[in-house]
Structures are given as C-alpha cells and as structure tokens.
Design a binder for this molecule. Structure first.
Ligand code: G1P
Length: 290
C-alpha cells in the first residue's frame, strides 16, 4: 500500500527576470494565459489530481499570489449588487477552503532544491507533489493525475519527462533510463543541465514531481550543483536504488511559460482550445498567418 499524495508544493520564489519590466511589480506566476494566471492553472491541476493541501514557497514581492487566492469582499459585493452571477462563479475557483493554502518564505534564492527544502515542515513525513507553474501542460487528463495513477501502481517517486532536441539538454534535468524503452520507465540516474555531449539521453525532466519525504534528508545537506545552486535533481538522484523511481512520458503538450515564445504560444493554444473564444480567435489569427 502506498500512502496517498495529499500535499503539493509550488515553488514561486523566482524573480522572473526574463519577463521584465512586467515582473517588476507582478509575480511571474501571475502572468495570464488568456484570462487566468499561471499559478491558478497549476493549482487546478493539483486539485484535479486529488491534492488537498497547497504549499507555496514565496519570496519578496509575491503578495499578489496570496491575494489572488483570498476573498475580496468589495469585489464580491459589487458583482452581487450588479447581478453578475457568472463572474461570481469564476471567483469561486480562487477561494479555497480555509486552512488549505499555506505560504512560507524562501529567504535566499539558492535554487529549486532549496525552495523545496523550505517546505519540509509543512510537508512532514509523507509523499508530496511539486509543480512548477512555468511548465504549463495542456492535456486530456491533467498531468499530475496521470502521475498519481503511476504512483498508485508503482509507489516511490514519479517525475514527468519529455523528449527534447538533443542540443537543448543543458536547459533541463535529464534522465538515464539505460536505453530501456518503456512508459513509465525506471530511472537509473539523473543529471542536471548536462551539455549535449554529456547527456545520458534526450529525455528531459518537466516541472511535475511526486517525491518521497526522504528527499529532504539530501536537500538538508545544501550541496550545490549546476550553476552553483542547490538542485532538486541532485537530491532526487540519491533516492534511486533505494526507492522505486519512474519517469512518465505524459500525454499532453507542454508550454515553457518561463520563455517569451513559449508563453505567447501557450496563449494561442489555450485561446484556441476555449469554447467561448476558439472559433472567433482562429478566424482573427488567419490575418497573421503570413
Ligand atoms: C528546473 C529543474 C530542471 C527541469 C526544469 C523543467 O530547471 O531544475 O531539472 O528540467 O525545471 O522546467 P529551471 O527551468 O528552473 O532552470
């Protein structure tokens, strides 16, 4: 029997320098894809996967995130007075049950591994998910739900993977599956941001993880890796051999919203997929085809 995955950690401390000037006063996780901020897509995906407790690892300047998931009585009253029932319903999705959302500060930007470690006391001694909101995934079944299904069969740790062009391996964590072709595939080793000629494969880690709490004991050591940062990948690699560790080549399309082109593409894909906007937007886009 595996323990259920009830908690998810959202590392939201990043500065978002690639999106300046908008990220000077707006957290990058609040950038909208169509009309919803990136962080809300991440939260809704976790919710759809059965997550009950949501843990945000923040930094200075991220208050808008907490406001987004808090009640705004003035706005609710104004919408109610104007009979705007549909808009009130949209707001409902941003108002979690009290006590389900927790916020903790990452006091120094020491890396993704450090951000996850900051959540250790809120996670406690149970398996947990990690979602990077920059990686937006459009799929039939929410990506984290696909991973929970794998976890329920295999236990241990599960990470999302995707084949990337070989020349791009230095942007990602990369898995070594020993040439085995399976899905999910047992992971034999992990390397953070390897140069193409040193990469064990072209299977990249995408920002979705189900991890066992033992990973905290390795993060605790604060060892630095690629880029001088405390890397989650390095701590995960140490679990391999002691616990099941699988990579899932998920169904769906991933958009790198930490990158301008990826972010713009996500807006097009999500707008086209919307019942209320898709047809009209497709018509308008034809004007830009050349
Ligand atoms: C992080 C992880 C990396 C992973 C990537 C996915 O890198 O460290 O292993 O492949 O997210 O988006 P970052 O994009 O923060 O440099």
């Amino acid at each position: 029997m595996t323990s259920p995955v009830r908690k998810a950690v959202f590392p939201v401390g990043g500065l978002g320098t690639r999106f300046l000037p908008v990220t000077k006063a707006v957290p990058k996780e609040m950038l909208p894809v169509v009309d919803k901020p990136l962080i809300q897509y991440a939260v809704e995906e976790a919710f759809a996967a059965g997550i009950e407790d949501f843990i945000f690892v923040t930094s200075a300047g991220k208050a808008a995130l907490e406001d987004h998931f808090g009640r705004n009585h003035q706005l609710e009253d104004a919408l109610a007075a104007r009979g705007k029932a549909a808009e009130l319903k949209v707001l409902q999705a941003t108002m979690p049950e009290e006590g389900r959302f927790s916020y903790t500060r990452q006091q120094q930007p020491l890396g993704l591994g450090h951000a996850v470690w900051c959540a250790r006391n809120l996670v406690g001694n149970e398996p947990f998910a990690v979602i990077l909101a920059d990686d937006l995934i459009l799929s039939q079944t929410p990506c984290l739900k696909q991973m929970v299904d794998v976890y329920n069969r295999h236990g241990g740790n599960v990470i999302a993977t995707m084949a990337v062009p070989h020349e791009q391996t230095a942007r990602y964590g990369v898995i070594d599956a020993g040439g085995v072709q399976a899905n999910p595939v047992p992971v034999r080793a992990l390397v953070e941001k390897p140069a193409p000629d040193e990469a064990p494969s072209n299977l990249a880690v995408i920002g979705r993880y189900i991890l066992q709490p033992e990973v905290f004991s390795f993060l605790e050591r604060k060892e630095t890796g690629a880029g001088g940062e405390i890397q989650l990948t390095d701590a995960m690699a140490k679990l391999i051999g002691d616990q099941p560790f699988h990579g899932l080549d998920f169904e769906g399309r991933r958009f790198d919203c930490g990158d301008k082109i990826g972010f713009l593409e996500a807006n097009i894909a999500y707008a086209l997929a919307r019942d209320d906007l898709g047809a009209a937007f497709a018509e308008r886009l034809k004007e830009y085809a050349n």
